[in-house]
Design a protein around this ligand. Structure first.
Ligand code: TNX
Length: 496
């Protein structure tokens, strides 16, 4: 080590004309850093990179990918000496990357921009868990080669039961991006509220958005607000998936427009938390004009490929009406250039090939979906529902599906959950946060952390690589990091 330091010293004195590289403090090898989600491969080398945090911020990274650099800057790490290189000929997924750290600097290589950004996201953790002293940052040398098991790792925020404004959503995005969550599903409408401006049906937001659970004031996103969220998410590697739930979970729309009701009478606002009592009328043409306008306006401001049509718990919709409405809704989605996603009940209607069935409750629908040429997105309530309590003492949350502790969230394999589904039938996993009991960012933090990092690893890391006990050791370090960032993560029993 000493010899190495002397060499570095000599090199730097010679090449940079003066600034001596300080000797490294005690530091862990790269491969021992507690990165979450666990990368595919990490290898350590002797030596280290010293980054002078007082130095010229842009000195080392001219020409590095703008997206990766913007992400690093958003985490106050714009001074890192990063070089990036894109190699479209690599036979790797777009999200894969190779991150190399040596005494000379940091390089990230990937096939596509998404991979460079993932490399930058990992780099932030490497820096966080390496010595950061008044003499600068010291990073252990080595290489990380990484790629995701599943293309879709999602988080869902229910902004309908309780509304969360743009600033809160941005803070949520900043919290989930470090775990390589790449889809943010926004549940934009439900019985209690309609949360997005539709210019051709202004009453949806203005009337349907007035309240939330318990009758407290609600709110909605203007289309400009929504675009702001979409862009903020995109800069952090996250694609927004908008959901308009139908034909059930529609009381807010039925409150705003009398003509959407079978009997032509407007419904009262709903402040409770029951499900399964509202429905659009599948036999009125105005229903499809409404769906067409809503899907068209939202699709026009959604760069991502998906539109989520809900389809869950439509208990008061007759079966034939349900099938008819879901089929026509997905034709409308296709017409506006998107792929549909639906909660698992939509499998009975038979979605078009290439659509996605989000499995939350009925595993028997997985094979039906596969037969129709749909991919499956795993959100099984008893593993992935972040609105479930940790245990009976949790201060908020529900428990109809299960109590979910960190080990329950971590110890399952999407690949073996349903007989007959193979790896290529699975799009990925998503962790939903329903907000019946969730009223603030503090509440969000309490339920999301530390379970989201566990689920993120289920979605990103290969099954053969991950093991529970070492994961908990890494998670302990993250628990401290989350707290340092002011994130109100829950003190799980797995840390005791
Ligand atoms: C079931 S999951 C629902 C939601 C509730 C949630 C509460 C699903 C597709 N429907 O309407 O908010 O349970 O956990």
């Amino acid at each position: 080590m000493r010899l190495l330091s002397l060499c570095c010293l000599a090199f730097l004195l010679f090449s940079c004309g003066g600034d001596a590289i300080p000797p490294a403090p005690a530091m862990a090898p790269l491969a021992d850093l507690p990165i979450i989600p666990l990368p595919f491969e990490m290898s350590s080398r002797d030596g280290y990179l010293w980054v002078d945090t007082d130095g010229d911020a842009a000195a080392g990274n001219s020409g590095a990918d703008a997206g990766a650099m913007d992400y690093l800057r958003s985490r106050d790490l714009g001074m890192l000496p990063l070089a990036t290189s894109l190699d479209p000929s690599l036979t790797l997924p777009n999200e894969a990357y190779l991150l190399d750290i040596s005494a000379e600097g940091i390089t990230i290589t990937a096939k596509a921009a998404a991979g460079l950004l993932n490399g930058a996201i990992t780099l932030v953790q490497v820096v966080e868990f390496s010595p950061n002293t008044e003499r600068g940052i010291f990073l252990p040398a080595g290489t990380i080669t990484d790629q995701p098991r599943y293309a879709y790792r999602g988080f869902m925020l229910d902004v309908a039961r309780h509304f969360f404004g743009v600033d809160t959503v941005k803070q949520v995005i900043d919290r989930i991006a470090p775990y390589k969550i790449n889809h943010l599903h926004l549940h934009l409408s439900d019985d209690q509220g309609w949360r997005i401006e539709i210019k051709s049906w202004p009453g949806l937001a203005e009337i349907g958005g007035r309240f939330e659970v318990d009758g407290t004031p609600g709110g909605y996103y203007t289309q400009e607000d929504y675009t702001e969220i979409v862009n903020y998410a995109a800069a952090r590697g996250i694609t927004v998936v908008p959901e308009i739930d139908m034909p059930g979970h529609t009381n807010a729309a039925l409150n705003a427009y009398a003509e959407l009701n079978g009997d032509g009478k407007a419904r009262d606002p709903y402040f409770g938390t029951k499900v399964g009592f509202s429905t659009l009328d599948a036999n009125k043409e105005v229903t499809y004009e409404f769906i067409d306008d809503v899907v068209r306006e939202i699709s026009a401001i959604t760069p991502g490929p998906y539109f989520h049509i809900g389809g869950d718990e439509s208990s008061v919709t007759p079966h034939d009406d349900y099938v008819k409405l879901i089929r026509r809704a997905q034709d409308i989605v296709l017409k506006h250039g998107k792929k549909s996603i639906g909660w698992d009940e939509v499998a009975v209607a038979g979605l078009a090939e290439g659509s996605v069935v989000q499995l939350w409750n009925h595993t028997e629908y997985a094979l039906k979906a596969k037969e129709a040429g749909n991919k499956v997105l795993f959100s099984l309530a008893k593993r992935t529902y972040l609105d479930m309590q940790y245990d009976s003492l949790s201060r908020i949350g529900l428990h109809w599906a299960a109590y979910i502790e960190v080990d329950d969230a971590y110890n399952w394999d999407p690949g073996t959950l349903v007989d007959g589904l193979t790896e290529k039938d699975i799009l990925g996993i998503e962790a939903p946060l329903w907000s019946e009991t969730v009223r603030s960012l503090e509440d969000i933090d309490y339920l999301v952390f530390p379970r989201l990092p566990a689920l993120a690893e289920v979605g990103w890391s290969y099954q053969m690589k991950r093991q529970y006990a070492p994961f908990v050791e890494r998670l302990k370090v993250h628990q401290g990091w989350l707290k340092e960032q002011g994130i109100g993560t829950y003190d799980s029993r797995v840390f005791r």
